[in-house]
Design a protein around this ligand. Structure first.
Ligand code: ADP
Ligand code: MG
Length: 449
């Protein structure tokens, strides 16, 4: 009998809603009981009924009253089998307060400019592309779950991730697809902790069909975030939901991430996006040229493809610069212009961060002055800041230990070695410190990228 009531309600609801919303939010609900004017509905999780109450309460009430009469009421029960550990039964009329953490659940954060059509295939990426395409056809139920794509900056990881999202959306209209970066995930989690909304946060993620997480290396040292991600990961995996992760380094080098998490990443397929070969670089260039509707001779294409062999992002950078120069200088794109632009871009990218910049940045970070860093002062904060600056000078410049020591008020090379060791020790033993180092490192990487 309860099924009959619910089906009749559904018929009414279906007439008033777009098919998509109806299928997403009402189709998954099952009625399980009718007693004492109360129709009990089973929903997949708490997030689900909160969403319904927030968006479709009137619609639902109207139809319930029409079918069950004025005394008719609804209660929800969460399906324990598929919901998370903390879910509790909850009565109707819950008011969902924090709207911010509820993005569009069908497709979110996807950039439609990144798709398979404009992703050039080569020997360097064809395994990744093929796995990605087959995931888009059968998300969740394929041998590539999770898929971990790794590779250096600018080789197309983010592009590929969005392509999978876009193509899956095309194939599976009702799939909830969500793209985010590990950094956004972390800050969202932290704010949910602050606002006592962790349950909403986990529920949200546990209800995604295709989860795309970019740049997991930034989970580095964030233990709490990793723990919650681990639970979400397990839940999604258990329910055959698809997870795709990218990282700028191989799982072997993902230190700072929990072992159990990294070992989960390796359950499916791990694939590298390598640097494109000369031929592939040419193909990519030609595609970008066509897209930008410009004319460049084969000779120049060959020249650029030969010279710019670092990343696809740099290739793109060259094209964009060339177009800009040609427009501003009202000249054709000739070999001279190409040489000039490449010269500058390649030089820029090889630009070394100097010790002065490192000292300034680190001093700023630790709220001391650059001069104190070079002084003989032995105050603890200053000593630490000095050691950190030495540590980064060794990592990001080509200066010898002796030369680094000289830049820090004439200290000798053994002081620099000692500084590097101390910093490494502190990274191992102090999480906050580790965090700070990682933050600083990102600034230097951004500067040298
Ligand atoms: P990553 O995330 O690995 O740092 P991105 O996905 O941001 O790299 O790629 C950098 C740029 O290069 C993007 O604009 C992307 O569209 C482009 N790109 C990378 N690989 C390819 C490719 N195989 N074909 C076409 N464009 C590419
Ligand atoms: Mg990226």
């Amino acid at each position: 009998m309860h099924e009959d009531y619910w089906n009749r309600c559904l018929n009414l609801i279906e007439k008033k809603l777009e098919t998509q919303s109806y299928k997403t939010w009402f189709k998954p609900i099952q009625s399980i009981d009718y007693n004492d004017n109360i129709l009990t509905l089973q929903v997949p999780n708490k997030f689900f009924y909160e969403w319904i109450e927030e968006h479709y309460l009137d619609l639902l009430n109207d139809s319930v009253v029409k079918i069950l009469g004025n005394k008719g009421k609804i209660e929800y029960k969460i399906n324990k089998d598929i919901s998370n550990l903390h879910s509790k039964e909850k009565k109707s009329n819950y008011i969902f307060k924090n709207k911010k953490i509820v993005p569009d659940m069908i497709v979110s954060n996807l950039n439609s400019n990144y798709n398979f059509e404009n992703f050039v295939e080569g020997k360097n990426n064809n395994i990744a592309i093929n796995a990605s395409k087959s995931i888009s056809e059968n998300p969740g139920t394929n041998p590539f779950n999770p898929l971990l794509i790794y590779g250096e900056v600018g080789q197309g990881k983010t592009h590929l991730l969005h392509s999978i999202g876009n193509e899956t959306h095309h194939n599976k209209k009702n799939h909830r697809i969500f793209y985010t970066t590990s950094e956004k995930f972390t800050s969202q989690f932290i704010s949910s902790l602050r606002n006592n909304k962790v349950e909403d946060f986990t529920n949200f993620y546990m209800n995604i069909d295709l989860l795309l997480i970019d740049d997991v290396q930034f989970f580095y040292g964030k233990e709490k975030t990793q723990e919650i991600f681990f639970h979400i990961f397990n839940h999604l995996n258990l329910n055959k939901k698809q997870i795709i992760i990218t990282s700028d380094r191989s799982p072997k080098n993902l230190d700072g991430l929990e072992k159990r998490l990294v070992s989960r990443f390796k359950w499916g397929l791990t694939v590298e996006l390598e640097k494109p070969s000369f031929e592939t670089r040419k193909k990519i260039l030609k595609q970008k040229i066509k897209f930008n509707k410009i004319n460049i001779s084969e000779e120049i294409i060959n020249y650029i493809s030969f010279e710019v062999n670092t990343s696809v992002r740099e290739l793109e950078g060259v094209i964009i610069s060339l177009i800009a120069h040609a427009t501003i200088e009202k000249s054709d794109i000739n070999l001279d212009l190409a040489k000039k632009v490449i010269g500058r871009i390649i030089k820029d990218s090889n630009k070394e961060i100097d010790i002065d910049f490192i000292q300034k940045t680190v001093a700023n970070f630790f709220k001391i002055t650059k001069e104190e860093m070079k002084d003989k002062i032995r105050k603890k904060e200053i000593v630490i800041a000095r050691q950190v600056a030495m540590y980064f000078s060794k990592d990001f410049t080509n200066h010898s230990l002796k030369s680094i020591g000289n830049h820090f008020g004439g200290r000798d090379h053994s002081t620099v070695i000692h500084a590097v060791q101390s910093v490494n020790d502190m990274i191992d033993t102090n999480n906050i410190f580790k965090h700070n180092i990682e933050d600083l490192k990102k600034r230097f990487q951004a500067k040298s990228a």
